[in-house]
Structures are given as C-alpha cells and as structure tokens.
Design a protein around this ligand. Structure first.
Ligand SMILES: [Ca+2]
Ligand SMILES: [Ca+2]
Ligand SMILES: [Ca+2]
Ligand SMILES: [Ca+2]
Length: 225
C-alpha cells in the first residue's frame, strides 16, 4: 500500500536525489565504480496540458480510457475527458452513472532503474457518498492489478488536491490504472497528474592493475664496438 498525502505537496518541487560514486580496493587492484547515473529521471509524466478540452483519446498512445456506453455518449453531462478546471487541464470524471470508468497508462519501461516511485495527483468536487470512489491500481510485467489506494466518499474539501505515492513495485515495466465511480452531475473526480520516476542504475567502469598493459619498449639500436 502506498502513501496518501493531502495537499499540493509535489507541485513545483523537483525530486532530487544524490548518489555518490563508490571507491574500494580489492586485493592489490584498484577498482573504481564511477556513477554516471542521471538522478531522478522521469520515466512517465502526464499533466493533460497538451490536449484540447473534451479529449478522450490522446492520440499519442500515452494513455487510454475504458468507459461504459452511457459515459461520453448521449447525456453531455456524463463524461470522463480532458477539461480545464481553474486554468488547469485535468482528466475530469463527472456523473459516471454509477459505473466504473478506467484511465490506463501505456506500458512504461522501468528496466535499468532503481528507487522507483509513482504518484498520482487528484482532487474531487461535490458531496460524495460511500458508493463513489477513486482507486489507484498498478500492474507489473502485465501481471494482475494491485490496488494501491481506494478513496471513497467525501475525502477532501472540494478542489483540495491530494497525492498518492507508491514505491513498492518492481519488474521491468508497469502500467497504472485509475478507476473512478460517481453518479451525479454535481460530482467530479479529477486526475491532475500521473508521474513515474526512478534513478538510472549506475554504469560501472573498472580500472585494475591487471588491465594495465605496459607498452613495449622501443628497440634501441646499439653501435658495435
Ligand atoms: Ca446521468
Ligand atoms: Ca494539468
Ligand atoms: Ca467533496
Ligand atoms: Ca454519489
């Protein structure tokens, strides 16, 4: 289970990590492990700013929606789509008629990275009941979905942001799903940002005594006596 943080704790605060290079000595050889990692890489990031309002397909493969027929069809008040809310583009889910709707990221390659984490920034508006929820799931290596958080009912003051963070996954790729359910035109769940971060594993350079090959001495001509 990941952690749940109320408030805008991540916005505008770059995640930085440091990892010093390591030196050690093995027998008589000198070994240098030189860390050339790009620290704190962003492996996936979506803030919805690139899309026009009412977008339901990003057209770039970064994510997809799995919806039921009565959403994004017919009643214009029932939707899950990109909208502008308080000058911020978000994925806005309103009056889902009590049916589960899914936002799913593309498969994100995390091989070669360590210190991985993902976080999802969200908010809600309206008086939610116990049947309303927003859930964060992830799947590693196309395995079963794992529920990372399940937030039900009226969990924050309207339009208050909260961030869910998880650091427990592994494998070589990951998909994140956000499942949403509500059932009134006055109920909105909003996904504001989805990010996966990690540190590239260091590349290793080794210099040892055994690898130092002396250059051949140039031949020296001698004059006969
Ligand atoms: Ca409706
Ligand atoms: Ca945004
Ligand atoms: Ca509320
Ligand atoms: Ca409701």
């Amino acid at each position: 289970m990941g952690s749940f943080t109320r408030g805008d704790v991540r916005r505008g605060i770059p995640v930085t990590r440091s990892g010093p290079g390591v030196t050690c000595a093995i027998a008589s050889a000198t070994v240098l492990l030189a860390s050339t990692a790009a620290l704190g890489d962003t492996l996936y990031s979506e803030d919805f700013e690139a899309y026009t309002n009412q977008t339901i397909d990003p057209g770039n493969g970064k994510w997809a929606l799995i919806t039921t027929p009565t959403v994004n069809d017919g009643d214009p008040a029932d939707y899950i789509r990109v909208e502008t809310v308080s000058a911020d583009k978000v994925l806005d889910a309103q009056d889902l008629n009590g049916s589960n709707q899914i936002f799913r990221t593309r498969n994100i390659d995390i091989s070669g990275y360590t210190n991985l984490l993902f976080w999802v920034r969200m908010d809600e508006a309206g008086v939610m009941e116990g049947t309303d929820y927003i859930q964060i799931h992830f799947a590693t290596n196309s395995g079963p979905l794992i529920l990372s958080t399940n937030v039900t009912a009226d969990f924050v003051p309207d339009n208050a942001e909260f961030t869910h963070t998880n650091t427990t996954f592994g494998g070589t790729n990951i998909q994140i799903e956000v499942h949403v359910r509500n059932n009134a035109a006055t109920e909105n769940h909003r996904i504001e940002e989805v990010v996966v971060e990690g540190d590239l594993l260091p590349t290793i350079s080794i210099i040892s005594a055994a690898q130092i090959v002396p250059r051949a001495r140039p031949a020296i001509a001698t004059l006969g006596v």
